[in-house]
Structures are given as structure tokens and as C-alpha cells.
Design a protein around this ligand. Sequence first.
Ligand code: FAD
Length: 422
Amino acid sequence: MNTNRRQFIGGAGALVATGALAAPAIAQAKPRVVVIGGGPGGATLAKYVARDSQGAIHVTLIEPLKEFVTCFHSNLYLGDFRPYDSITHNYSGLAKYGVTLVHEPAALINPQTKTVRLASHTTLPYDRLVVAPGIDIKFDSVPGYSEKASEVMPHAWKPGPQTQLLKKQLDSLEDGATIVMIAPPNPYRCPPGPYERVSMMAHVLKKKGHTKSRIIVLDPKPSFSKQALFSEGWEKYYPGMIEWQDPKMHGGIKGVDPSTMTVKTDLGEYKAQLVNVIPAQMAGKIARDAGLTNDSGWCPIKPESMQSAKDANIYVLGDASIAGDMPKSAFSANSQAKVAAMVIRGELTKSPTFPPRYTNTCWSMIETDDTVKVGGRYEPKDGKIAAVETFISKTGEDEDLRKQTQAENMGWYQGIIADIFA
Ligand code: FAD
């Protein structure tokens, strides 16, 4: 930070910014909430604080992307159930609530001076900071894998070009092709996501009449989310096509070689035409650099508010946080954002708040008109966010119910997108 800039920050309640961010004198006295990350966590929070404080709080959302492509429903894009455009959204709807958007990355959080430095070196002071950067991929958790290798063997666990690359590769396969997926270890973003993806890939192959192709899933976990439901669906719709291997079956994942398109396990070697590697994950870099993570690589929070356990002026939302029994999902991030927004608005404007309540549902599509779900209600209990009620679809459910669950899934997507971005 240069001297001029430091002097500028030092001015009483000044909003330090470029011309684009300059605020009228009256607005400068307002408390300032700065949000890092415009996904379901950060964008929901920015909207709710700005809207519910009715202009009494100045909210700045820092997000480098002008268009946000959702990971949620990206599997449906893969399976030809939605076009790419329909999972792509922009931030123009947030302006009417008074949210100031800054489209560049946050480079550094300084908790001592309560400032965020942008990549352009502009510095933003905050009264409360919300950190919602999502995940980073631990490339080295799979030997031989790297960011460079992901251009050949996509992870597609972050949205955008990776998702499009995976789709292109899937669509170009010939009958008889082998797909290998390396599934991630816990905890990771979207627990049923890899298995919904397998279902959608199988759907595409089946639709093209590829009876000789197969999908091998090498899993570092002994079991996975909604396993009985997926296993039943795979048997029903894609018999003989999908082979799921737990660590006892493959003996350990030894690594990948993108130059030969091979995957090695302790007990075998697979040559594949498509390799989807979903490595271990951790909280986004900006959260790690700010010391908001613990040894697990994720950010501990207070379950009553999503306030960081490491800094009382900072809140962590969504995938980057350790949210107890809540899975890392867009639904969870959106629900956590509403709790944190209420607490922050209450503190900064001395307005009423209510007991925190969290909810989540994760839908997974197995085949056309056949969707299953898992979810729950959550409350703070014994120092964590604990499930107080859970539900899951049952095996053997009738077709109408599964069709209705798919209609719910599509309705949820439309609803959450409006809740985040409109
Ligand atoms: P993100 O959505 O990752 O948003 C973080 C944002 O922060 C990004 O836009 C990023 O650009 C920005 N950012 C990062 N670092 C910085 C920085 N330094 N400065 C400024 N900005 C920064 N969830 C569901 O609920 N339902 C589903 O059906 C579902 N399906 C899924 C399917 C797949 C294949 C995958 C991979 C995920 C799925 N999810 C689903 C999970 C869901 O996508 C994530 O849980 C959700 O996006 C997390 O939201 P977030 O706000 O925490 O992070």
C-alpha cells in the first residue's frame, strides 16, 4: 500500500476506492461490508445485507468473473438436459439493491487494518468482511496430476472451461470407449456430484447406442452419498456399463499419466479415452492466506452466525467453511448466507435478528424423469451446525414420485438463481 493510499484510508470512515467506487459524502459514514466471492454464498449475502438494511450499510462485492457459470446443474448440461447458456448468469440484478461490484480478484486480506487489497492495489476498508471464495483443487493429491494435466484430463469441479472440455470429450467418444473417473476423498464440494455425473455420462452413451462403452469409477472412499439409490438406478438403466471400485477393489490410486491416458491403481492399469480426475479440495487461497483455515485446509466458523472462529470481524460462507453436518452445496451456501446477512445487518444497524436456521436439499438426476434427493434442517448445537431433521429418497420409489422430484429439482434451480442474482 503506498503512503498516499494509507493516508486516504486513515480519513474518518473514508471509502478508499478508484473513481468507480467513490461514494457520496453521506454514504461514507455508513458501515461497510466487503464480500469476497460472488458465488451462491457471497452474492446471496451481498444482496440480503444491502436489501434488508435498506441502504444503511454500504456493500461491496468483489468477484473477478463478470459471468458466473454454476457447477450446480452442470451435470445436467453434460447429460444434454440443459444448454450451457441456462447455467450462465450475470450480476446486473444486484445493482438495484445498491451493491457495488468490483470485477477483479481480492489479493490480500489484512485483518489488523481491516482492509482488503485488490489485485489492482486499490484498498478497501471494511467493518465486516465476508469470505466466500469456494474451493481450490489439490492437484498434487493425485500423483501425475497438475493444472496442466487438467487440460487433457479435466476435473470439471470448477465451472466454465473445464465443464465445456469434459462435455466436448464425452460427446466425441466412440462406442467401446473407456471412461475412468477418479472420485474425490471427503470432504469435497457436492457429495453426490461425482455419481450424478457418472449417471449423466452413462445417459449420453446409452442415448448414442454405445453398448460396448464402460465407465470405471475409482473411489478413495469405501462408500458414497446416496449409494443405494445410485446403485439401483445404474443397474436399472445402464446394466453392465458402470463399475464402481472401492479401495479394497483397486488397492489404492497410484496416479495418472496424461501423455498415455493411463490410470494406475495398486491392482491394475487402465487405458482410457476420457479420464475425469476429481482431486482432494481445500478452501480458496485468499482464505488460506488470511489464516482463516485450520489444519484441515477448511475454515472453522461459529455455528450461530458463520462468523470465523479465527477473527470476529470476518465471516466465512459456503464451500470454504467447516459447516458441521451441512454438505458443501449451493443450497447450503445460500442458506448460510442468509443467516450471516441477518447477523451482520443486526450488529451494524442495531436491528432485530432471529434464531439461526439452516436448510439443504441435494437433488441428483439418474436418468430422464428419475431424480432422487437428500437433505435436512440444521441448527447450532454442541459447537457445530448439527442436523435436526434429515430425509432421503427411498429405493424402489414409484415413477411418478421420481418425476415429481425432478420437477422440484428444476424449480429449485430457477428459485435459487433468482434468490442469488435477481
Ligand atoms: P463458489 O460457487 O465456488 O463461488 C466462489 C466465488 O469466489 C467464485 O465465483 C470465484 O471466482 C470467487 N473468488 C475466489 N477467490 C476470489 C478472490 N481472491 N477474490 C474475489 N473472488 C474470488 N450444489 C447444489 O446445491 N446442488 C447441486 O445440484 C450441485 N451440483 C453440483 C454439481 C457439480 C458437478 C459440482 C462441482 C458442484 C455442485 N454443487 C451443487 C455444489 C455447488 O456448486 C457449490 O457448493 C457452490 O457453488 C459453493 O458456493 P460458494 O459460494 O461457496 O463458492
